[in-house]
Design a protein around this ligand. Structure first.
Ligand SMILES: *Cc1c(COP(=O)(O)O)cnc(C)c1O
Length: 405
């Protein structure tokens, strides 16, 4: 089932954030998309097909795995009569194509088909969203074009080839920093030109309304399952939820089902990169201020003149100057807490999870693992759920270069 509670207000705002800051030519397509999505969302046949594909094609529900050795290594788990702090991993890495991105792609592909569009365009950073988009395009028989920054193409070569194998056309973007921001701009340019037959399949809880809402709805299956699974395993709700935040879709997907559970802490982890100076990280909440980028009002990394600054992260999927607008609201209200983890802690966390649990996390997800490594030793008999948003196979070359084994 698609989650429908907690709507954004008028014009798709989450508190002061979100909205629709789009060029004139995209206003009508965005309204059309909103109408089509609201109609689909209340159509039981749409919901049923979404659920069917999540179960039989994507491989849901994903397991909620108790990481016993990781928990014990952090001073948790049973000592004497106390149960100790327990860490659970929500295994989105086990899904088809290796990350949570596929949940959203299946939902939007169903919507595109319903709207009669057969040409799909998308942007991608790490390539995971591009792979997931190319996958659903093969599944539905759509043509697929993916825009990707040249820098990201170089560091995620494996995913570029996977997209090509799936029949997608991958267009290198050479502007600016040659990463995700420029890829989104190119995809928007394509959409403006080909709006009649083209569906823009945006990959995170970003952009103009209705994308942040729609992507959250499709990803909220993560938290809905996790809530049921932890109640079945432990008979109570968790104390903390931890997820990495790029655009924010895996985090909001986990958080959403727990929003009304005031005792469940929600922690988002941004990319701390290689330093705290502007340009060295992608920590929007510690280094950014509100502004408009690519269709939405949210926290951004910008200089004093409002120019977007460069970002850096070892993980391409977290390397973006803006954050999803719903996170901006959760940040200001204090309902969620945001922190950051630097490149080297993420790399250590990745290696640690390999050695203790035999699980290779994506470098994005390794940021969330690094945060639980910091927090678990201070927690007393808590239950912590970490979203393992994806698997690290795509990052092997980077790991080979960064870790001297
Ligand atoms: C894309 C990606 C992310 C970051 O995107 P969100 O929208 O913030 O979830 C995180 N983890 C993995 C594995 C990814 O592929």
């Amino acid at each position: 089932m698609i989650e429908t509670k907690s709507q954004p207000g008028e014009q798709g705002r989450f508190g002061a954030y979100g909205g629709r800051y789009a060029p004139e030519t995209l206003m009508h397509p965005l309204e059309e998309l909103e109408q089509a999505y609201f109609a689909a969302r209340s159509d039981p046949a749409f919901q049923a097909e979404f659920d069917y594909l999540l179960k039989n094609y994507v491989g849901r529900p994903s397991p909620l795995y108790y990481a016993k050795r990781l928990s014990e290594s952090l001073g948790g788990a049973s000592s004497g009569s106390m149960p100790g702090t327990k860490i659970y991993l929500k295994r989105e890495d086990l899904l088809h194509t290796g990350a949570h991105k596929i949940n959203n792609c299946v939902g939007q592909a169903l919507l595109a088909r319903r709207m009669g569009k057969r040409r799909i365009i998308a942007e991608t950073g790490a390539g995971q969203h591009g792979v997931a988009t190319a996958t659903v395009c093969a599944l539905f028989g759509f043509t697929c074009r993916v825009y990707m920054g040249e820098e990201d193409m170089a560091r995620q070569r494996l995913n570029v080839f996977r997209m090509k194998l799936l029949g997608a056309e991958v267009i290198p973007v050479t502007a600016g920093q040659r990463t995700l921001k420029e890829a989104i701009s190119e995809a928007m340019r394509d959409w403006v030109t080909n709006v009649e037959d083209t569906y823009y399949l945006l990959g995170s809880a970003l952009g103009s309304h209705p994308y942040p809402l729609m992507v959250r709805d499709f990803q909220s299956v993560i938290g809905k399952e996790a809530r049921e699974q932890i109640l079945a395993a432990e008979g109570r709700l968790p104390d903390q939820l931890i997820a990495c935040v790029g655009g924010g879709s895996n985090a909001i997907g986990l958080f959403h089902a727990f929003r009304d559970d005031a005792n469940v802490k929600m922690i988002g982890v941004e990319a701390g990169g290689r330093g705290t100076g502007l340009g060295e990280h992608a920590a929007r909440f510690s280094g950014g201020t509100p502004g408009v980028l690519q269709g939405t009002f949210t926290y951004l990394l910008q200089d004093n003149n409002g120019q977007i600054v460069n970002t850096h992260s070892v993980s391409a999927g977290l390397d973006y100057a803006a954050v999803g607008p719903e996170h901006a609201m959760l940040h200001d209200s204090g309902r969620a807490e945001y922190t950051s983890c630097n490149d080297s802690d993420a790399l250590d966390a990745c290696q640690r999870l390999m050695l203790l649990e035999g699980i290779l996390p994506a470098l994005e997800s390794s940021h969330a693992i690094a945060e639980v490594i910091k927090r678990a030793p201070k927690a007393r008999n808590e239950i912590i759920i970490v979203n393992l948003s994806g698997r690290g196979d795509k990052d092997i070359e980077i790991l080979q270069r960064e870790l001297k084994l």
